[in-house]
Design a protein around this ligand. Structure first.
Ligand code: DAH
Length: 347
């Protein structure tokens, strides 16, 4: 048998075996049988040196073609066999078995409490407004009776935006330090009576610890009309906090100072953990400061274009993070921004 005939026979034998192979293991065996180190085709290729020189190039070319054809057939059949196995496996899946339920998330505790706050205020006629987190010094401070040299600015560790490559006066654009900044924006546009709340995030350059964050949530609120008195403020705070935290909570008021209110009022709630006895949660005070407030200062009313002789109003801020930690007895604010699902799943 000539070398050419021998090669063609090997090719036919290999291809017919490959085409009838039904699994990867058989194909592997065929590969070894023909292309392995002592495979039939490998040995035949080695014999090419025995072919007379004048025919060698032609036989060599044929040998390479045969080898290539066998390799290609092997590859094609491998792909085919793989697909077949997958289809067979698919057919074996029992579709009547119940599937795996995807996990369903829920609102973050902070959002849940915020929506509760909005709902309670809505029922007593307050509308919710949204404002910018990037604010101007004007609305964040000036309108609120806190001029450039006012010492109250020291308590509001402010983040200033880099305005070097713009036309903005340096120091004029900041991250708002208080949602009170929306008082001016709303009151300049809306004539009394106004009853508005502003839930939102604020930013201060604070050292982060268990009770301070550099980013915190507040719900600011204000109400301006004719004949608004301090007792309206007390009544509103009392009603809202009892709706949110339970009818049996204990509250007390004290005077305080904020430049945009006169008088300023601080609201304290008896610690929900120790019932006023003093514990590490309330830092042994028995009470937690929860809602600063006051009667809007005439300078603020004037700055927004209201007639301070004709209208009066009150303003307040609820520390939303504080409300959440008091409601759920959490001793560290940072738990609220921890992404660990074991914490979030508890709400
Ligand atoms: N904006 C104040 C702060 O973040 C809190 C505040 C106090 C808001 C008294 C008020 C208010 O509306 O009347 O420090």
């Amino acid at each position: 048998m000539s070398m050419e005939e021998q090669l063609m026979n090997l090719k036919n034998e290999a291809l017919s075996l490959i085409l009838s192979a039904e699994d990867g293991k058989t194909l592997e065996e065929i590969k070894l049988q023909f292309l392995g180190r002592s495979g039939k085709l490998t040995l035949a290729l080695k014999d090419i040196v025995k072919v007379p020189v004048e025919n060698r190039a032609e036989v060599g070319k044929l040998a390479n073609e045969v080898k290539q054809a066998v390799e290609e057939a092997l590859e094609r059949q491998e792909g085919f066999v793989k697909k077949e196995t997958i289809t067979k496996k698919r057919a074996a899946i029992d579709t009547s078995i119940p599937g795996i339920q995807p996990q369903i998330g829920h609102l973050h505790p902070m959002t849940q409490v915020m929506l509760d706050v909005v709902e309670v205020f809505k029922q007593i006629g307050f509308q919710a407004a949204d404002g910018p987190e990037i604010e101007t010094d004007h609305y964040n401070f000036e309108v609120l009776n806190i001029p450039k040299d006012h010492p109250a600015r020291d308590t509001q560790m402010t983040f200033y935006l880099d305005t070097r490559n713009s036309k903005v006066t340096p120091g004029e654009v900041i991250l708002r330090t208080q949602t009170s900044a929306m008082q001016g924006r709303v009151m300049q546009k809306v004539k009394p009576p106004v009853r508005v709340i502003v839930p939102g995030k604020n930013f201060r350059y604070e050292q982060v610890d268990a009770s301070h964050g550099f980013e915190f949530w507040q719900v600011e609120g204000f109400c301006v009309d004719t004949h608004i008195r301090l007792t309206d403020l007390f009544g509103t705070i009392d009603y809202v906090l009892r709706r949110l935290m339970g009818q049996d909570i204990k509250l007390k008021f004290a005077t305080t100072n904020f430049p945009f209110v006169e008088p300023g009022v601080d609201t304290y709630m008896e610690c929900t953990v120790c019932k006023g006895k003093g514990c590490s949660f309330c830092k042994y005070a028995g009470w937690s400061e929860i809602m600063p407030a006051g009667m809007i200062h005439p300078n603020v009313l004037k700055a927004v274009g209201y007639d301070s002789q004709k209208v009066s109003g009150f303003a307040f801020a609820i520390g939303l993070s504080r409300l959440v930690t008091l409601r759920y007895h959490m001793d560290d604010l940072r738990l609220l921004t921890n992404p660990d699902l074991r914490i979030l799943k508890q709400f």
